[in-house]
Write a protein that binds this ligand. Structure first.
Ligand SMILES: [Fe+2]
Length: 432
């Protein structure tokens, strides 16, 4: 949420106070008491939509280990057998490039130049022992490849825990903000939740402006944007534009007109009264995956058709980015969703492409707006929510603007890879 796309003070409503009309109250202050406002039933928990393939392993369980090795018949590589049954042939170029001598000890960086990697190299003999592979190349050079290095080829991030319904979120309860700031395990757990389910909540923090900077400092740096280092969203008695009304905000991702958009967003409740609408979150990846299953043509159209998002800043600067609504990587894995109808530029597709694109757009929109899809929460002053802006769409229900004075959210953006790097430091076994 930014000043341009968040309505008035985007009051993240108070927790544990007067329940809103027509819904139950989520409570971030009491982990056991927190629940979706309108998603009472259980939901499907999906694994990653993209398996990725290849000789990889997930983050759970004991890692496999190599059990046998021999030189391939053509002497171009090593045939390796693993404890989990995988058999693979590692080419000479990979072995040379990953020999222990190729790396600098203190930094761990590769110091071997690519010119030393001969793709046509042939192996003379090779064996496996407790340390790893020992290989003799034709010409006499020796090579050692550690078990750690062999295993690193098979490492892959844990599959995200997609949630089609709010009730399917693995851990919707909040973590103590004080623990987050002072205990590395609480920090790791927060990062793990964001990696797996796309968002995490902290509760019981301070209500002083700038507090969110302390939250970011635990794992990285604030990403400043045209909205500043921090942005304040406060209600005003005489709103001058749509951003300062009490209207509902449709589910969206922030700043799709930036390249790249911010990857992580934080919102900190400084003031909040009990009369406002709920803040909503839905899992864009889960519903993109659902769209791929239920309406593959619509998914393909959204994934293959770049459209333009644009925003004109008050100083006249115009930000533009042309991307598909659903972005996949080369392996088909979901990379990001971009959804923000307020900043979608007039569609400039060929005329025959426009109606089918809108059909697909609405199909995705309707999945995200299914009755049980959104987690709807109220935040107490001192609560903080962190979410992956590439995956999680957020919005807000309408509220009573006349009673909103005193609400104040402060937000900022950060780079999610800094958070994931911190998680890797704290949990080096790869378990998220
Ligand atoms: Fe937003």
């Amino acid at each position: 949420m930014t000043p341009e796309d968040l309505a008035p003070a985007a009051p993240l409503p108070a927790v544990g106070r007067t329940p809103p009309k027509g819904g139950r109250e989520a409570n971030l202050s009491s982990p056991s008491g927190r629940e979706p406002l309108s998603s009472p039933s259980g939901g499907e928990l999906l694994s990653s939509p993209s398996g990725g393939g290849g000789p990889r392993r997930g983050g759970g369980g004991l890692p496999p280990h190599p059990v046998a090795a021999s030189v391939a018949d053509d002497a171009r590589g090593i045939e390796l057998a693993w404890s989990d049954g995988l058999r693979e042939t590692l080419p000479a170029a990979w072995l040379i490039d990953n020999g222990e001598d190729a790396f600098d000890g203190p930094t761990g960086q590769r110091r071997l130049g690519l010119g030393a990697v001969d793709p046509q190299a042939r192996l003379q003999c090779g064996g496996l022992d407790a340390a790893g592979l020992t290989i003799s190349l034709e010409g006499g050079a020796m090579l050692a490849v550690s078990r750690h290095r062999l295993l690193s080829r098979r490492r892959s991030p844990p599959a995200p825990a997609l949630w089609l319904e709010a009730a399917a979120i693995e851990t919707p309860d909040a973590i103590s903000a004080d623990a987050y700031l002072n205990d590395d395990e609480a920090l790791a757990e927060t990062a793990s939740r964001i990696a797996r389910q796309g968002l995490a909540f902290l509760t019981g923090g301070l209500t002083e402006p700038g507090y969110v900077e302390r939250i970011v400092a635990r794992f990285g740096f604030i990403r400043e944007t045209n909205y500043g280092r921090l942005f304040d969203v406060r209600s005003e008695p005489r709103p001058s534009n749509l951003a300062y009304t009490a209207e509902a905000l449709d589910l969206h991702t922030d700043n799709p007109y930036r390249d790249p958009p911010p990857t992580l967003q934080l919102l900190h409740a400084i003031h909040a009264d009990a009369t406002g609408g709920a803040t909503c979150f839905a899992d864009g990846f889960a519903h993109a995956e659902a769209l791929a299953r239920t309406a593959p043509e619509a998914f393909d159209r959204l994934a293959r058709t770049p459209v333009e998002f644009a925003y004109r800043a008050p100083d006249g600067a115009v930000y533009r980015a042309r991307r598909p609504l659903i972005e996949q990587g080369p392996d088909g894995a979901l990379v990001a969703v971009r959804l923000n109808h307020r900043s979608l530029a007039p569609l400039d597709l060929a005329d025959r492409e426009i109606a089918p694109w809108y059909d697909a757009y609405r199909a995705f929109h309707d999945l995200l707006h299914a009755p049980l899809a959104a987690l709807k929460v109220r935040l107490l002053p001192g609560d903080v929510v962190l979410f992956d802006n590439r995956r999680i769409v957020h919005g807000r229900e309408a509220y009573d603007g006349g009673a909103s004075t005193g609400r104040w959210l402060q937000g900022c953006y950060a780079d999610i890879d800094g958070l994931l790097a911190t998680l890797a430091r704290l949990r080096p076994d790869g378990l998220a």
